[in-house]
Design a protein around this ligand. Structure first.
Ligand SMILES: Nc1ncnc2c1ncn2[C@@H]1O[C@H](COP(=O)(O)OP(=O)(O)OP(=O)(O)O)[C@@H](O)[C@H]1O
Length: 365
């Protein structure tokens, strides 16, 4: 059966002074009018599973107006295990707890992962490259604590190099040192990213056909360093580092002028094609939505491979945005036995047969 979230508790969190809810093993539907706290509940569940929120809030934003602090907690149960996870939020910081002991955010996702699909994701294919990079990195951080560290270390190195580039007369010896750190950290992050990307790609094409795509979907990792040596899915880290160092040296004059680092994983992108044509300009809105749906389902498949159990699926207000055939694809997926929390203002988007076994939690009114 695997681990399931049995219950969620929120204290002084967002618009809730005190709210507890029970979750079903299968589908839980949070239904109610706008601004009643459905997304806030999904956010709490995401924080307690992935250790992060898709809204990237400051700690203070999470605390109910006027309260000194907030607490969210969940009980996970399954296969004879009971695990309590919590997050205590103060004005400046949040701390995570696992069975009452302080832990790292990564320890929560190592217990149970989650995959979130929300309205912002619907424009995943055509939005700026940052959205696709962030999606890959956020999923990588959940799947592997090492990935999280690599991403943080690399972001720090690039930030320091950019800070130096902004000085009036940058110390070039120091710039050499930051170039070395950026190249080493960037190569490690890139190798980890590519490994994850190719795993997702392997599932994506097949899942796209299952969600109703009749054309052939493919995706490519567009690397700002140019073509990488060796196997694109598993390049050798030392060779990537050497290439990165060479690119930084070539770009130095340009970077000094522009005062920022112009090459590296922070400039990469993921491009999708349908029958070989760019999905951004050629794909219909429906096809682009099928691509992101397939991408999220591919994340579910990888999460299951990583942890040996299905992740928690969080669907925030997306049913109303999908047409009937894509809603059917989601319904089939949910029926496949994944614990799912869906928010909606209208139960009419769900077939009667699906609601029969679901826990329906009403918000507002
Ligand atoms: N720190 C906070 N303190 C008090 N209220 C807050 C806080 N943060 C958010 N809110 C309130 O929570 C409400 C939004 O809740 P949420 O986004 O969960 O709505 P929702 O039920 O998902 O609505 P919709 O159906 O429109 O998506 C807003 O009214 C907002 O003002």
């Amino acid at each position: 059966m695997g681990l399931k979230v049995r219950s969620l508790g929120m204290r002084s969190f967002r618009n809730f002074s005190e709210r507890d809810l029970e979750l079903a093993d299968g589908l839980t539907v949070l239904v109610g009018p706008n601004a009643t706290g459905k997304t806030n509940s999904v956010e709490a569940l995401q924080m307690l599973t992935s250790g992060m929120s898709f809204r990237h809030p400051r700690a203070a934003d999470l605390i109910m107006d006027g309260a000194p602090g907030a607490r969210i907690s969940a009980r996970l149960e399954g296969d004879g295990r009971v695990i309590d996870v919590a997050c205590e939020i103060g004005e400046r910081r949040r701390s995570f707890l696992r069975n009452g002991k302080k832990c790292r955010p990564a320890d929560l996702s190592a217990t149970l992962m989650s995959v979130l699909f929300c309205p912002d994701d619907l424009s995943f294919v055509k939005r700026g490259a940052r959205w696709r990079r962030d999606e890959l990195d956020a999923f990588g951080a959940q799947a592997n604590a090492g990935f999280r560290k690599l991403a943080q270390a690399y972001a720090h190195a690039v930030e320091q190099r950019n800070r130096l580039l902004k000085e009036d007369a940058p110390d070039l010896a120091l710039l050499d040192a930051w170039d070395a750190s950026v190249a080493t950290g960037g190569a490690a992050l890139l190798v980890a990213r590519l490994k994850l990307f190719y795993r997702l790609r392997a599932h994506l094409r097949e899942i796209y056909a299952q969600v109703g795509g009749s054309d052939e979907l493919d995706c490519a990792y567009e690397c700002s360093l140019g073509e990488l040596p060796g196997d694109p899915a598993a390049p050798e880290r030392g060779e990537v580092c050497a290439l990165f160092s060479a690119r930084l040296a070539e770009a130095r004059a340009h970077d000094l002028r522009r005062q920022q680092t112009s090459v590296g994983p922070q400039r990469d992108d993921i491009a999708f094609t349908l029958d070989g044509r760019d999905a951004r300009s050629f794909g219909s809105q429906g096809q682009q939505r099928s691509i992101v749906l397939a991408w999220k389902m591919a994340e579910v498949a990888i999460a299951e491979e990583v942890l040996g159990e299905k992740p928690l699926l969080l669907l925030d207000d997306v049913m109303s945005e999908l047409d009937a055939s894509r809603r059917d694809a989601v319904t089939r997926f949910v029926r496949g036995g994944i614990q799912t929390v869906v928010t909606t203002t209208n139960l009419g988007y769900f077939p009667e047969s699906l609601l029969e076994g679901a826990e329906v939690v009403r918000y507002g009114g």
